[in-house]
Design a protein around this ligand. Structure first.
Ligand code: SER
Length: 596
C-alpha cells in the first residue's frame, strides 16, 4: 500500500463519517506560546474551549486533517531509526456538545470516546486490513486528580473484544496529553498499537489546563486524535523504519547516489533535515538566531557540518530540495518554490563558511597532522573561531577525539572566565550567543528564558536522583540547550521505570510547590561543609555562589554550587519530563529532560 493510498483512504473514511477536511495550518502557529506547530490540534485550540463556534463551514462539528508538524526536542537523535524533526500527523476531531456518540451515526454532531475508539479500530483493521490480533491498546489508569478511564476500558474490552492482557494502563506521563504551550485543552488518552508500535493517540479533551497547572473541566469534551503518518506508513509497508518508507526512501537513495560511501547516520540526517528545511523555508522561516529561524539555522548547519565531516564535495542540497518539492508540491504547493528555497540555503551556507570556515580549516590542519584534539584545543577553537563544541565533536574522527571531553572543555571555560552573566552579549566570529557557560547556551532572550527554566530543573533533577537512587549519584557532566537538559551522573545500572517516574514526580512536586530560588555567596570550604552539591571535575574559585531552592538556606531542598542563571520560583519551570535515560560509559548514566 503506498503512502498516497493511505492518505486518500484516511480522508475518505472520515469524510464518509461526516468530517470536513481542513487543510494543514502553517508550521508557524498563531499561538504565541509555541514556536512551531507540534500537533494537529493546535490550529483548533479555540474550538475545543468554546471560544469559536464549533460548527464549521460544512455545518459539522467533525473535522479531519493531515497536519505538518515539527518537534525539535530530539534533534540530536535524528540519524537513528526513529527520530524525525518534521513529520505529518493525521487526525480527526470533534468540537462542541456531544451528540449520540454512536459510531454508526454518519451525521455531523459532536462525538466522544465510543466513536473515536471504534473508528480508530475500524480504520486500522477494516480499511488498512491489519489483523486484529496485532492490535493492543492503552488507557489512562487514573490518579488523585483525574479518574481512571473506565469507559474506554469497557469499549476496548467488552465491546471490541480486546482481552485484558492487551489493554495497558498508564499514568499522566503516557496516557494524558497536552496542553501545547502554556495552557490549553488536554485530557486522558487511549492509544492504539500495532505489533507493539504506537500508531494512534486518541485524546479525550475533557479539561483545560491553566498556566498555573490547575485543571478545569471543559464545557463540552472534545476529541483530538493524532497518528504519525510516516510511522503508520512504515508499519503498513513492513518497513524496518521510517527511512525505508516510500516517503523518505527515494530521498535517502538519492543521497547515497550523490555521495557514495556516506554513513547511514549522515544519510538519515540529510534526508530528515533537508525535508524539514524545505518545509520551514516554504512557510517563510529564514535562518536567524531567534526562534524558528534558529531551528532552521541548526538544521542547515548540521547538514553542512556533516558534509565536511564525511568529506562530501558534491553540492547535494539543491537537488534534494527539488526532489522534496516535487514529492510534496501537490499537497503543499509552497514547497515547490525550489529556487527561492535553494537561495536561502546557499546564503546560509556562505554565512556559515565565513563564520566558522577559518576554524574548520585550522581543525582540518590538526587532523592532517594527526594531532589529537583534547578539551583544551577544542576550547581554543571555540574561543578563537566560534566553533561550537558539538560541531568540533562531529568533525573530529574518533581516533583523534579520544581525549576530547566535554568536562575538560567546560573546565577550560571556567578557567578562562568566570561564568558569564545572563544578558551579556558576546560575539564569537559572528556567532551571536548571548549566553554560553559551556553548560547553558542561548541565542536570544526567549532561549535564555527556556534554558534558565531547564537549568533550575537540572538542579532539582540532581537532588531528586540522589533522593531516589542514593548518595552514589554524583554529577559527571551537564549540557543544556534550548530543547533539553542533558545530565550525566555516576550510577552502576539502568534505572527502572519506577525510579525514573519517581524522580520525575519529585521534580514536578517541587515545581508545584513554587519554591523560591536564590543564592548566597560563601567561601568554598564552608560551602562544601553545608553539603551543597558540586561537580568534582570543575575548579571553583575561592568564593562561590551556592544556589538553593526553598524558603531558607537551611531548609532548602536543593543546594548547589553554581553561577546561575536560575528562575526566581520553581513554578516558572512548567512540567518536567525525563525524555530518555541511557548509558554513556561504564558506571555513568545520562538523562535527557525536557520542560513543557
Ligand atoms: N494531540 C495529540 C498528539 O499530538 C493527538 O493528536 O499526539
Amino acid at each position: 500500500m503506498t503512502s498516497e493510498q493511505i492518505r486518500k483512504l484516511f480522508f475518505e473514511f472520515f469524510k464518509e463519517r461526516g468530517h470536513a477536511i481542513a487543510p494543514s495550518s502553517p508550521l508557524i502557529p498563531d499561538d504565541p506560546s509555541v514556536l512551531l506547530t507540534t500537533a494537529g490540534m493546535q490550529q483548533f485550540k479555540r474550538y475545543f474551549t468554546g471560544e469559536l463556534n464549533p460548527i464549521n463551514d460544512f455545518g459539522s462539528q467533525r473535522t479531519t486533517s493531515i497536519q505538518k508538524c515539527f518537534r525539535t526536542s530530539d534533534i540530536e537523535e535524528v540519524g537513528d531509526e526513529t527520530h524525525l524533526t518534521f513529520f505529518e500527523m493525521m487526525g480527526n476531531f470533534s468540537f462542541g456538545p456531544v451528540g449520540t456518540d454512536d459510531p454508526k451515526d454518519r451525521g455531523v454532531g459532536g462525538y466522544f470516546k465510543r466513536s473515536a475508539i471504534y473508528w480508530g479500530y475500524e480504520f486500522i483493521t477494516g480499511v488498512l486490513g491489519v489483523d486484529p490480533k496485532r492490535i493492543t491498546a492503552s488507557i489512562f489508569k487514573g490518579d488523585t486528580e483525574v479518574p481512571r478511564d473506565e469507559i474506554s476500558y469497557r469499549i476496548w474490552n467488552e465491546e471490541l473484544g480486546l482481552p485484558e492482557g492487551r489493554i495497558m494502563e498508564s499514568d499522566r506521563k503516557d496516557n494524558f496529553w497536552g496542553p501545547t504551550g502554556n495552557e490549553g485543552p488536554c485530557g486522558p488518552t487511549s492509544e492504539i498499537y500495532v505489533d507493539g508500535v504506537e500508531v494512534w493517540n486518541l485524546v479525550f479533551n475533557e479539561y483545560y489546563q491553566h498556566a498555573d497547572k490547575r485543571l478545569e473541566k471543559l464545557e463540552s469534551p472534545g476529541v483530538d486524535t493524532g497518528m504519525g503518518f510516516e510511522r503508520l506508513v512504515a508499519v503498513m509497508q513492513g518497513a524496518r523504519n521510517v527511512f525505508e518508507t516510500d516517503l523518505l526512501r527515494p530521498v535517502t537513495d538519492r543521497v547515497y547516489e550523490l555521495a557514495p560511501g556516506l554513513s547511514e547516520r549522515a544519510a538519515r540526517i540529510f534526508t530528515d533535515h533537508v525535508r524539514a528545511a524545505v518545509f520551514l523555508v516554504a512557510d517563510w522561516v529564514r535562518p536567524s538566531n531567534k526562534g524558528a529561524g534558529y531551528i532552521l539555522r541548526r538544521h542547515i548547519r548540521r547538514m553542512l557540518a556533516y558534509k565536511i565531516k564525511e568529506d562530501v564535495h558534491v553540492d547535494l542540497l539543491p537537488e534534494l530540495v527539488e526532489m522534496v518539492g516535487k514529492k510534496y508540491g501537490g499537497i503543499y504547493p509552497g514547497v515547490s518554490r525550489s529556487e527561492e528555497i535553494i537561495a536561502v540555503l546557499e546564503d546560509e551556507r556562505s554565512r556559515f563558511e565565513k563564520a566558522v570556515g577559518q576554524g574548520i580549516l585550522e581543525l582540518e590542519s590538526y587532523k592532517e597532522k594527526g594531532k589529537k584534539i583534547d578539551g583544551q584545543i577544542a576550547f581554543h577553537l571555540y574561543e578563537t573561531f566560534g566553533l561550537p563544541f558539538e560541531l568540533i565533536k562531529e568533525l573530529v574522527p574518533k581516533e583523534l577525539a579520544k581525549d576530547l571531553s566535554k568536562e575538560e572543555f567546560e573546565g577550560e571555560f571556567v578557567k578562562h572566565q568566570e561564568v558569564s552573566r545572563a544578558g551579556q552579549e558576546r560575539k564569537f566570529g559572528g556567532h551571536g550567543l548571548i549566553l554560553d557557560t559551556g553548560e547553558l547556551k542561548a541565542g536570544n532572550p526567549e532561549e535564555l528564558q527556556k534554558v534558565t527554566r531547564l537549568h533550575t530543573a537540572t538542579h532539582l533533577l540532581h537532588q531528586a536522583l540522589r533522593d531516589v537512587l542514593g548518595m552514589t549519584v554524583g554529577q559527571m557532566g551537564s549540557d543544556i540547550t534550548v530543547e533539553r537538559t542533558r545530565f550525566d551522573f555516576s550510577f552502576p545500572r539502568k534505572l527502572t521505570p519506577e525510579e525514573v517516574r519517581g524522580v520525575e514526580e519529585i521534580v514536578n512536586k517541587k515545581i508545584k510547590e513554587d519554591l523560591p530560588v536564590s543564592y548566597t555567596e560563601m567561601l568554598k570550604g564552608e560551602a562544601e561543609k553545608t553539603g551543597a552539591l558540586h561537580f568534582f571535575k570543575l575548579k571553583y574559585p575561592e568564593k562561590v555562589k551556592v544556589y538553593f531552592v526553598g524558603k531558607s538556606f537551611d531548609a532548602a531542598y536543593s543546594k548547589e554550587f553554581c553561577g546561575g542563571p536560575h528562575v526566581t520560583h520553581t513554578g516558572e519551570i512548567g512540567k518536567f519530563r525525563v525524555a530518555k535515560e541511557e548509558a554513556v560509559a561504564a558506571g555513568v548514566r545520562r538523562i535527557r529532560g525536557v520542560v513543557e
